[in-house]
Design a protein around this ligand. Structure first.
Ligand code: GLU
Length: 509
């Protein structure tokens, strides 16, 4: 094993970073920090056809929001750069030349039509998708079948060509995966993967192996979809002469849909009504909400993501980043997929809202209101925080549930108006307003007898009065203790508001 501990997160900038990607980044970060090493961000942008403008910035912004700040990488510098693969083309070319010289890679000149033809000709019922491999390569146009001279001429002609890995026959390719144990492949199962594409850029396989080597990566921790590629990677390490110092591998289980059926995808977010991206992603007509905009604290997101796959071996559920670093190990990651549960994610967020520094939460509250062009004063922020911090699951609920403290611009709950409100009570509430007007120096102790008296006198039950008053005050029938709600507003404002909303209730019916 390499001596230095260096882990990389190596996303391709093909769109927004899915939370599965953020979890991969988190696990890399945790292990790097636990072992006293470095966390590196490498951008794998060699596939020009899938490149999406803005995706790289999105990835960096997401990592920063989550608090997983790279020690090295794109946007962070470091001694092993450049960290963007599109800037390393010469390095790959030089390395692949080495493989060609040793006979481990070869030039292939087949056109797409010729490849199609080969597939059609070799297809059998048992093998409908014949590969470019040890069986077919000698029937194709490449430097194995061309003379040296023809090969030279072809290369000079300027016509497109690719470079392929010459996969051996009858070799066992073994991967020691920290999570999955030994995984082995027989080399005949593997195709002659393209290493350099016709546009001169490397494929993922070549660039990934060369960079992991040159960037001195000690552990490769990535999604399980890359496990089968690892067989080719091991062959590359072998042929480059680096096999003895290969990184250690760990392939992470999938994050599954809430119903456990299949991988959580970006479309599931829209379908189930929750975010699957760390922060908002907007591009052309594409819009996907982020956990941040939904009202999640980054600490909560990291905590629930960590536990989607990692089992700390204890009952403890709440882990600060520091505690995660201390407790984390790849050996405690399960092989099976982990089901995403949005309610559980919200539970984590509620815990973090309660235990975070109040000043941080109050700042978030102020930000939310400012976004709505409202300007609550310090007293109002304090009231919103203390009345709601144990009631909300999302930061945004500090606005949706508590905005009545700052503004009287809200709608009256439709369901309540239609199903619960009865205009017979109208006159009764007018009398309550009179009673309230006659009361000064409002405190809970002074208000309580007035309300009790009112209920008795008018033969109304608590279950009718509290929701009705809450609707007049805040628009919704639910909320914290009614006296706290009343006292959250100025006496004059409150009286004016319930008078106005009582009229609204009457006319809405
Ligand atoms: N570029 C690959 C991705 O987008 C990286 C896989 C790896 O970590 O090797 O996930």
């Amino acid at each position: 094993m390499n001596q230095e501990i260096r882990l990389r997160f190596a996303p391709s900038p093909t769109g927004a970073l899915h939370i599965g990607g953020l979890r991969t980044a988190l696990y890399n970060y945790l292990l790097a920090k636990k072992l006293g090493g470095k966390f590196i961000l490498r951008i794998e942008d060699t596939d020009q056809t899938r490149f999406v403008e803005g995706a790289e910035k999105y990835i960096i912004d997401s990592l920063i929001w989550a608090g997983l700040v790279p020690d090295e990488g794109v946007g962070f510098d470091g001694p092993y750069g450049p960290y963007r693969q599109s800037e390393r083309t010469a390095i790959y070319k030089e390395n692949v030349q080495n493989l060609i010289n040793k006979g481990y890679a070869y030039y292939a000149f087949d056109t797409p039509e010729e490849l199609e033809k080969m597939r059609a000709e070799l297809a059998t019922e048992a093998n409908t998708m014949p590969k470019y491999d040890y069986k077919s390569r000698l029937k194709m146009k490449n430097s194995l079948t061309f003379s040296k001279e023809d090969t030279e001429n072809y290369l000079q002609s300027g016509k497109p060509y690719v470079i392929r890995l010459c996969v051996p026959v009858n070799e066992k390719v073994q991967i020691k995966d920290i999570i999955r144990g030994e995984v082995s492949f027989q080399s005949e199962e593997l195709d002659d993967k393209v290493l350099i594409k016709s546009d001169g850029l490397p494929t993922y396989h070549l660039a990934n192996v060369v960079d992991d080597r040159l960037m001195k990566i000690s552990h490769v921790v990535r999604g399980e979809e890359w496990l089968s590629s690892t067989a080719h990677h091991v062959l590359l390490y072998r042929y480059f002469g680096w096999e003895a110092e290969m990184p250690e591998f760990a392939h992470l289980p999938l994050i599954l849909k809430p119903n456990g059926k299949g991988k959580l995808s970006k479309r599931d977010g829209a379908e189930f009504g929750f975010p699957v991206f760390p922060i908002d992603w907007k591009k052309d007509n594409d819009y996907f909400p982020g956990f941040r905009e939904f009202g999640f604290l980054p600490e909560a997101v990291l905590n629930f993501l960590a536990l989607l796959g990692w089992n700390s071996g204890t009952e403890q559920e709440l882990f600060s980043l520091h505690e995660m670093i201390q407790n984390f190990s790849l050996e405690q990651i399960g092989k099976g997929g982990a089901r995403f549960d949005f309610d559980k994610a919200k539970w984590f967020n509620a815990q973090y809202i309660q235990k975070s520094d109040p000043e941080i939460i109050k700042r978030e509250i102020l930000k939310l209101y400012k976004e709505q062009n409202l300007d609550p004063n310090e007293t109002q922020i304090n009231i919103i925080y203390s009345l709601y911090k144990e009631r909300v699951h999302l930061l945004t609920e500090f606005y949706s549930q508590a905005k009545y403290i700052v503004t009287d611009q809200f709608d009256l709950n439709k369901d309540f108006v239609e199903k619960k409100w009865n205009n017979d009570a109208y006159e009764k509430y007018l009398r309550l307003i009179e009673d309230l007007k006659n009361l000064d120096n409002w405190t809970k102790e002074r208000l309580e007898p007035v309300l009790k008296n009112f209920m008795e006198k008018e033969s109304l039950k608590m279950g009718e009065v509290l929701p009705s008053l809450r609707v007049m005050l805040s628009g919704t029938p639910m909320g914290p203790d009614i006296y706290n709600m009343i006292l959250a507003l100025k006496r004059e404002d409150l009286l004016e508001r319930i008078e106005k909303n009582l009229e609204k209730l009457k006319t809405a019916k």
